[in-house]
Design a protein around this ligand. Structure first.
Ligand SMILES: NC(=O)c1ccc[n+]([C@@H]2O[C@H](COP(=O)([O-])OP(=O)(O)OC[C@H]3O[C@@H](n4cnc5c(N)ncnc54)[C@H](O)[C@@H]3O)[C@@H](O)[C@H]2O)c1
Length: 478
């Protein structure tokens, strides 16, 4: 039994190392491992042997008055995170890393105008390690392609840094386990920056759920549905066409965390309930290969993409929780539908729906609340974090959620408070990536979702202090 687990870790470790280089060969090797038909056996084995080393839920690390930051990956999200961090008082952007030197240099010049003078790391795929080895950084922000987050985050925690990772946090189940084991052993925070759960309607409904407005929450609908065809096929949007390669080489829901994060928060996942098992079903691809072939007729650059088989256009994953609730999660990155995260919450006494807009709330009688009723519910249930920060954050990215999540992360670090989301949240949400893939590849059979808390979910207290009972003191540079 033990040797199976060891072999699995060994294989996954190899995958992580090879995959960061992004060669076609390592993709193929990686893909064949993820399709491993004995994933359910390995989950059972792991669950039987896993013991929690230390409970990171509600763990408060010592306060850090001046937060010294390093950022890895400076494409679209890295510079966005640099902009957010430079707007918060007592934050110093001390180091930047990208494989492409020009990206690091350009961001440094932009930051210098604002009084930051970061050291640069670039030029090869492992330059980030040198940056993580420095002893004058408190927080590493990961804005590289998501299949690199776990190996970079684990290395950073091993080098005494807290980590804030873009979404998702891991590409394999083994990486999810390793994130948990490393965070518990090093007592370093690993927070996945699931900004979608900081949108004001999502926070409003979380507060309403906690105050009992929905009665007992029974079901949640969520999604990341948006057409990324133009972006994914653009030659100069993403580094090394990494998103297109992911859609070609993987199956299942490869972007589950937007949407699922806020529903899990409302359902007290990892603090009173937990994700139990899932079933995932996927359509065929009716668009991507055709698009690749069309582009290849004009541009030989796309020849290597024209022969690939792509992930299906629509993935639907259903999840059941230990306490009997259900979740429907979709991912569609191709069909020409407007952006939609759904965020449908259904309880015994009330319901809410965010997308398609406008956001709505119901208490029954076959109708949604009138605008007047909605406004008075909003006034009654708006949580403290929105009252304090909503107006200031509203012009930042993703409906204001970007500055809210960045500010709250720094606020928790500066005040020595537990972060709003912990490594168990990062692992359980990210585990949907490999688990949905396994289910799709195995005729939609069900598969267990590991308990990354090793039983502590039953007694863990809720995280995400949306009423700012503690902290709330981080300042902004306006
Ligand atoms: N939370 C959100 O709303 C949101 C929105 C967009 C993207 N994302 C996530 O953010 C992450 C980054 O996405 P993006 O759109 O910025 O991608 P991108 O391709 O624009 O940027 C990735 C950057 O990483 C760099 N990089 C690649 N390998 C590296 C290495 N070994 N060392 C250092 N740098 C390396 C690339 O040069 C590139 O600049 C992804 O995980 C994505 O899922 C989140």
């Amino acid at each position: 039994m033990k040797s199976n687990r060891r072999n699995f870790i060994k294989l996954a470790g190899l995958a992580g190392a090879g995959f960061a280089g992004s060669s076609i060969e390592s993709f193929a090797r990686y893909s064949s491992m993820i399709k491993n038909p004995d994933l359910p056996g390995q989950i059972r084995e792991y669950s039987q042997s896993h013991r929690q080393r230390f409970n990171m839920s509600r763990f408060a690390a010592p306060k850090i008055e001046n937060v010294r930051v390093g950022i890895i990956g400076l494409g679209q999200r890295g510079p966005a995170w640099a902009r957010l961090m430079r707007q918060i008082k007592n934050v110093r952007i001390q180091a930047l890393c990208d494989i492409v030197p020009e990206k690091a240099q350009k961001l440094k010049e932009q930051l210098e105008v604002h009084g930051h003078n970061p050291d640069l790391y670039f030029g090869n795929s492992e330059a980030w390690k040198k940056m993580c080895e420095r002893n004058d950084l408190d927080l590493i922000i990961l804005t590289t392609p998501w299949y690199m987050h776990a190996s970079q985050g684990i290395f950073a925690m091993e080098h005494d840094k807290h980590v804030a990772s873009e979404v998702p946090a891991a590409a394999t189940l083994d990486e999810c386990w390793q994130l948990v084991e490393t965070s518990e052993r090093t007592r370093k925070h690993f927070m996945m920056m699931d900004n979608s759960s900081y949108r004001s309607f999502q926070l409003l409904t979380l507060n309403m759920a906690r105050k009992g407005f929905f009665g007992r929450v029974v079901h949640g609908d969520c999604a990341y549905n948006t057409s990324k065809m133009r972006n994914n096929f653009s030659r100069n949007m993403y580094w090394d066409m990494w998103w297109l390669r992911q859609y070609a080489d993987r199956r299942g829901n490869i972007y589950p965390t937007h949407g699922l994060g806020s529903v899990c928060q409302i359902m007290d996942i990892n603090s009173g309930d937990r994700l139990d098992y899932l079933v995932s079903m996927e359509s065929d691809d009716f668009m991507m290969q055709e698009k690749a072939q069309e582009l290849a007729r004009e541009d030989p650059f796309f020849n290597s993409f024209a022969g690939k088989k792509y992930r299906g256009n629509m993935n639907v994953t259903t999840i059941r929780t230990k306490k009997g609730k259900t979740i429907m999660l979709q991912h569609d990155a191709t069909s020409p539908s407007p952006h939609n995260v759904i965020h449908g919450i259904y309880g015994t006494k009330g319901a809410a729906l965010y997308d398609p807009q406008p956001p709505r709330i119901s208490t029954g009688n076959h109708k949604w609340a009138s605008q007047e009723e909605f406004n008075s519910l909003e006034e009654k249930y708006t949580p403290g974090i929105i009252k304090r920060m909503g107006e200031l954050a509203k012009d930042s990215g993703h409906g204001g959620s970007d500055l809210l999540i960045a500010w709250r992360l720094v606020d928790c670090l500066q005040n020595g408070l537990p972060p709003d989301k912990d490594v168990y949240d990062a692992a359980s949400l990210s585990s949907i990536v490999p688990l949905s893939e396994w289910s799709v590849l195995n005729r939609s059979n069900s598969i267990d979702i590991p308990d990354f808390t090793a039983g502590a979910w039953e007694t863990n207290k809720q995280n995400m202090d949306i009423n700012l009972e503690k902290g709330g003191s981080a300042g902004l540079i306006l």
